[in-house]
Ligand binder design. Structure first.
Ligand SMILES: [Zn+2]
Length: 343
């Protein structure tokens, strides 16, 4: 059992490592690279010392084979193993639950026996109807469900949000939160074209040309860094604040037909943004839903078809009279579509 959870953690860790390396360098990691890094990883995470190295290598091999299937188009992109499914287990049967707390100060775990327990809050052992045991960060946790029949159950609905990415703003949320486009991207674009112009005037092979070239590279790297910081921060905030996140399955190349538009899209890094949100959702167990973008900018919340080109910023519905920022309408439609898929 313990080995199983540890394998799972290593799997998720290694998958995350591959994704981050790919996003940061544009190059993936190989099985050999990850295997060579194992001894350092174990040194940094002593809880893995008890696991035979053969088991850890098996995990990396499984991950690698998931990638190979993906590259061969035989399977989808490797997914994080669901923590509720793998890193935790539940005893719903009452007799087992009773057994679980039959020894004071201990919890009974299947295949492990009685394990000493640190109790953070008093609880009526006889009323426990469900025990969920989790392995996280090198420690085991037991979550107890106690039925309280007299109090109406309080259902906290998951916080769901639809997100529309746009040109006027970087992103608009269905709850009217706006994320503005970072202005420094434009500023950096200007600096980039200036250094590129200088480079073009230097003689080929000259010392000055080499210097000018280094400057261009430096500006490129700075832009990439700023963009990554911005995307990491905004995606982290979203995943922290919402449980269900719905975004459009936008084919960016369709929107990039117009050159000036393409530049903004390139700046904003929507595709990268969506990937960050998606993988942060997977990592934290939040739900990420992708929906068909067809018509989200041309439809009213009432269902009426309201055609408008990109220059029209305000949605005005002749059928129901709704007047609203066009991107906000889209965000609300995106949320509605996403929730329909899980209803
Ligand atoms: Zn309407």
């Amino acid at each position: 059992m313990l080995n199983h959870f540890i394998s799972l953690n290593v799997y998720n860790h290694s998958l995350n490592e591959r994704q981050e390396t790919y996003m940061e360098t544009g190059k993936g990691l190989t099985y050999n690279q990850q295997q060579n890094a194992l001894p350092t990883f174990v040194k940094q995470n002593p809880e893995y010392k008890q696991v035979h190295s053969q088991i850890l290598q098996d995990v990396l091999r499984r991950l690698d084979s998931a990638y190979q299937h993906f590259f061969a188009k035989e399977a989808g992109y490797p997914r994080f193993k669901n923590r509720d499914h793998y890193t935790s287990f539940t005893y719903p049967q009452v007799d087992k639950v009773k057994k679980t707390f039959s020894r004071l100060g201990y919890v009974y775990l299947s295949k492990m026996g009685f394990v000493k327990m640190e109790i953070h809050r008093e609880f009526p052992a006889q009323e426990v109807s469900r025990v969920n045991v989790k392995y996280h960060g090198g420690k085991w946790y037991a979550n107890l469900t106690v039925e309280v029949p007299d109090v109406a159950s309080i259902e906290v609905p998951d916080k769901a949000v639809g997100i529309d990415v746009g040109l006027a703003h970087f992103a608009v949320f269905s709850d009217e939160t706006y994320i503005d486009n970072p202005k420094y991207f434009r500023k950096m674009e200007k600096r980039l074209s200036k250094t590129q112009h200088r480079l073009s005037r230097k003689k080929k092979g000259s010392h000055n040309r080499g210097k000018a070239k280094a400057k261009v590279t430096k500006v490129h790297a700075k832009i990439a860094n700023q963009r990554r910081d911005f995307l990491h921060q905004s995606s982290a905030r979203i995943v922290k604040n919402y449980d269900i996140i719905v975004m459009e399955d936008l084919e960016i190349r369709n929107m990039a037909r117009n050159h000036r538009l393409a530049k903004s899209i390139h700046d904003a890094g929507w595709g990268q943004f969506r990937n960050y949100v998606r993988y942060k959702c997977e990592r934290t167990g939040k739900l990420f839903i992708r929906v068909d973008p067809k018509g989200t900018s041309q439809t009213c919340l009432c269902g009426e078809h309201v055609p408008k080109d990109l220059s029209i910023r305000v949605h005005e519905c002749p059928a129901c009279g709704l007047v609203m920022d066009r991107d906000l309408v889209s965000a609300k439609l995106i949320l509605e579509r996403g929730l329909k898929t899980i209803a």
